[in-house]
Write a protein of this length. Sequence first.
Length: 313
Amino acid sequence: MKEWLSAWARRRQGDDGLPLELQARRIYILPTRVGLPAGALLFMMLLTALNYGNSMALFITFLLAGVAVMGIHECHRNLKGLRVTMAESTECQAGRPGRVRMHFENPHAFVRRALTLRCEGAPPGRFELPPRSTGTQDVVLPAWPRGRHRLPRLHLETRAPMGLFRAWAWIHLPLEIIVYPRPAGDLPLPSADGSHDQRSGAAASGSEEWSALRPFVAGDSPRGVAWKLYARGAPLLVAQYEEEAGGRRHLDLRQCQHLPLEAALSQMADWVQRCEQRAEAYSLQLPGTALPVGSGVRQRRDALRALALYPHG
């Protein structure tokens, strides 16, 4: 039944474009689990008052019924006219919950109270909007595997002001989420010639001269740490060689060919992250995809996107 209603709403509404204003025709309202027994109680009060001809009981019954009807109106109005102006996805990693940031606008002179926004399979987020204001709310997404995913239907709901009724609207945004591989792995960074960087052990033993020292960052091999300097009270520093100082790494999936595909892609993502932490330029080579040498936010995004979409693109 739930799947049938979902498919029916999708056919009825289609995809939503932004900005989107919630109209009355797409807002649904039903009694809550508290509202149903409250309605049954009012009906029993009405029967009792009619049976005994008690005018005071009739007055109280109709007064409470009027309050309930006003509650229906206020609950529905809490969503009517609300605007969704923008939606943007944040970075998502495989196996971890992602997020989509929704931007709302309340153009009217009353508070939008007790709003709940959620994606199926994930916990809801609760917020409210003051009169004539804008605000943002993050939608938590389920933990998805690596790849391209379509944003599921979003559920916007309110039970204000009394909790006897719930009004809701479904939002279908044509938004795609790219889920990156989760950075993981313990292989050392490849050197500029494409081989694994084995120089860290030499630095630890002092058998090879280094060109510079840089601060230790997460993911660095402990063998590259200048332990003698650390023992003298210096902070954790890592030896940097001439080749490393040049900052040109060539990351190739064939360097991880002994690993299962998902583990290899996670290792590549870990290398990308470590290159960015070191501010080193790097290239990325996958079968059918070649990313030239570069660095920075755009290079990182393009590299992780290529890893996320491999091998389907």
